[in-house]
Write a protein of this length. Structure first.
Length: 292
């Protein structure tokens, strides 16, 4: 069967792609992420979105939070070091006999510190399907950014940083929201803030309120404030993840906006990262995992 459905089911969104072998044919998405669903909702929500794609026996391969304990079916974690494309898929129970649904296992790390990922391992499988000999670090920016050391086709170790969630909370809920509205950007201010936080990460929390004070006392532009906040958070992240990226080749896989910020930050530290689109890597990874 060459036609199948690739599913990227996260915490806040569902994205499905009709595949012909390794070639994407059509994509649909909605906001029915795991957080919005109960355990019994997944099959119905999937069928509602897939609709006419299910015209007979249909193979479905899914990754992401759909495999969490609160998802369609819990997919056990594999432990690093492990191959990016491998591991036993979990079969999800269905009422519709046309569906054959499998879920990609997540990846866990027990030491030197506990960590887990769901979904990013599939993007990593996609990266290595494109560049099988890659040896270096993959940066996967998002709500919870992952830094993964890849070597010999394996995920050797990884580190998760909550930079995206912190940025959203600080700009949307904290007192800083009054001074950081809008979507503007100041590249020079961003790079300076990255350097400052990377060299002195201990000043991060002290620097945060300066953004509010600079607005009140000097009328600092919101675009500059947002860029400084992003630079401070990413700079502190680079300080925390230096063992993963320092002296290594780097690939960044994320949205265009986040990829640009991380690429700029790494370039300021002398790296020349390769940029790969996250959606394409997810599909490439699902295709590789299906073949495996």
């Amino acid at each position: 069967m060459t036609h199948w459905i690739a599913v990227d089911w996260g915490t806040t969104a569902l994205r499905i792609t009709r595949m012909d072998g390794i070639r994407p044919v059509d994509t649909r998405q909605n906001d029915k992420g795991m957080n919005a669903l109960s355990h019994d909702d997944f099959e119905r929500v999937f069928i509602d979105l897939a609709g006419d794609w299910i015209d007979g026996p249909t193979d479905v391969l899914a990754c992401g939070m759909v495999g969490a304990r609160q998802g369609w079916a819990e997919a056990a974690y594999r432990t690093v070091p492990c191959a990016a494309a491998g591991g036993e898929l979990t079969h999800a129970p269905t009422k519709d006999p046309r569906l054959n649904v499998s879920i990609v296992p997540g990846v866990r790390q027990l030491k030197p510190h506990p960590d887990v990922m769901r979904g990013e391992e599939t993007q990593i499988a996609g990266i290595l399907a494109r560049q099988p000999d890659f040896d270096g670090v993959a940066c996967l920016p998002g709500t919870h950014t992952k830094w993964a050391h890849l070597s010999a086709g394996e995920i050797v170790s990884f580190r998760t940083v909550m930079t995206g969630e912190l940025f959203a909370d600080l700009t949307g809920r904290s007192v800083l929201r009054h001074s950081l509205a809008g979507d503007g950007w100041d590249e020079e201010a961003f790079v300076a803030a990255v350097s400052d936080a990377l060299s002195r990460p201990e000043i991060l929390t002290a620097r945060l309120f300066e953004l509010r004070a600079a607005d009140l006392l000097h009328g600092q532009d919101a675009a500059t404030g947002r860029a400084i906040l992003s630079g401070l958070l990413i700079g502190a992240e680079l300080a925390a993840t230096k063992p993963w990226w320092l002296g290594r080749d780097a690939i960044i896989t994320g949205s265009s906006k986040t990829t640009h910020a991380y690429a700029t930050a790494l370039k300021s530290q002398g790296l020349s990262p390769t940029l790969l689109p996250a959606d394409e890597m997810t599909l490439a990874g699902l295709a590789a995992l299906r073949d495996a």
